[in-house]
Each structure stands twice: as C-alpha cells, then as structure tokens.
Design a protein around this ligand. Structure first.
Ligand SMILES: C[S@@+](CC[C@H](N)C(=O)[O-])C[C@H]1O[C@@H](n2cnc3c(N)ncnc32)[C@H](O)[C@@H]1O
Length: 210
C-alpha cells in the first residue's frame, strides 16, 4: 500500500513536469524532456508491456503512435509488428522525432517511420490497423474535430486506443482537463464506439474504440 502511494506521488510529480507551461517548455531542451518521459517511475506506472499486450498488436500490422514523444511506446509496438509491419511515430516536435529515429537506428529497428505532423492533423501516410494516443490527447486542442479526422487514417475495422489521466490530474494540467464523458461525446460524434475498457493503470483510463 505504502509502495503504491509512493509510486503514485512519483508519477504525479513526473506528470506535473511534463505539463510545464508553454514558456517553460521552450526553455526545456528535448533531452531534458526525454529524461522526464523515460523516468523510471513513469515507465513502471505506464506498464508498457501490459499495454502493448492488451492492444493485441500483431506481426505485419500498421500502427500509428500519435504524440510519440521519446518513442517509449513506438519501440515496443515496432517489436510487436515485426519486420513486415510499420509503426508511424507521429509528433509535432522535430527534436523528439530525431531522438525516435536515433533510438530506432540504435536498436536496428527499420520499421519505425517518423511523421512530423501539424497540431490539427496527424497526417498518417497510409491507413493503419491501430491508432494509439497515449498521454497526449490532453495536449491536443479542439479534440472533437481532431478525432473526426482519424477515421480517414484507419483500415476497415481499425481501432483507436486512448490512454490519459482519469480521476486525479496533476498540477499544471488544469486547462487541459477533460473527462471520459467528454471523450465519449467526441468519439461518438466521430463515428466510433467503445469496444474495450481496461482499468489496470493507476489514474489512467485505457479505452479502445472501433
Ligand atoms: C506527454 S508526451 C507523451 C509521449 C508518449 N506518448 C508517451 O506516453 O511516452 C505528449 C506528446 O504529444 C506531443 N504532442 C502535443 N501536441 C500534439 C499534437 N497536436 N499532435 C501530435 N503530437 C502532439 C508532444 O510533442 C509530446 O511528444
């Protein structure tokens, strides 16, 4: 119990750092941001392997990781889709995408392709089986029209997985808050239906739409 509380506090502290105001973010280098995104407490809190397993990513699939950040999820997704699959690491930050490219090269992963996208459209180069938006939807302004655009990037039967804060939002996120009810309205308007709900993440919802 005590361990859970300590790790929860650590996760909230990391989350608060991730949500620095725009001005402070400009002062923060990509390297500093990557350190925060890949901190031990964040990695253990996000249960990456379990998330990837739950997503049932399989060999040969095409996946888009919108808001890929440092590539924390893109790399294990690339492992899961294998050499015949592709992971599009989509982000608005060119420095983070450079890091994703470098780390993919270091790990000899040729199936991660980076996409520098504008803020209002992920510009995924082809239709994919799965779009994952992890710890990112709260950064996207005007979520409803953004989510409506996703359909055009999905193969028939394709899925959209969203992970984001649930009950307790960390300090600094006040203006970015939304609820699962908001998300349901946006996704319904975009023509998606919730098909899976997972609750093993502490303070994060994990929903899959189709
Ligand atoms: C908190 S990080 C999460 C990174 C990664 N998904 C993870 O969980 O480790 C949020 C990421 O979303 C990116 N981002 C912010 N607004 C975006 C937008 N409109 N479209 C795509 N990416 C965006 C940021 O540059 C940042 O890399």
């Amino acid at each position: 119990m005590k361990k859970n509380i300590i790790s929860f506090i650590a996760i909230m502290m990391v989350a608060a750092m991730i949500a620095l105001p725009a001005q402070a973010q400009q002062r923060r280098t990509a390297e500093e941001y990557i350190k925060i995104l890949e901190s031990e407490s964040r990695i253990s809190g996000l249960q990456i392997e379990k998330v990837i397993k739950t997503l049932q990513v399989s060999p040969g699939q095409k996946v888009a990781d919108i808001g890929s950040g440092s590539g924390l999820f893109s790399r294990p997704m690339a492992k899961a889709v294998g050499i015949n699959g592709i992971v599009y690491a989509v982000d608005v930050d060119p420095e983070l995408l450079k890091h994703v490219e470098k780390s993919a090269n270091r790990s000899r992963m040729s199936n991660i392709k980076t996409v520098l996208a504008p803020f209002d459209d992920p510009k995924i180069p082809e239709k994919v089986d799965l779009i994952a938006i992890i710890d990112t939807l709260h950064h996207i302004e005007n979520q409803a029209p953004y989510l409506k655009k996703l359909r055009q990037y999905l193969k028939p039967g394709g899925r959209v997985a969203i992970i984001d804060f649930s009950a307790d939002w960390p300090d600094g996120h006040e203006k970015m808050r939304y609820t699962v009810d908001d998300l349901e309205v946006w996704m319904k308007a975009a023509g998606f239906k919730q098909v899976e709900k997972h609750d093993f993440l502490q303070n994060n919802f994990f929903l899959i739409y189709q």
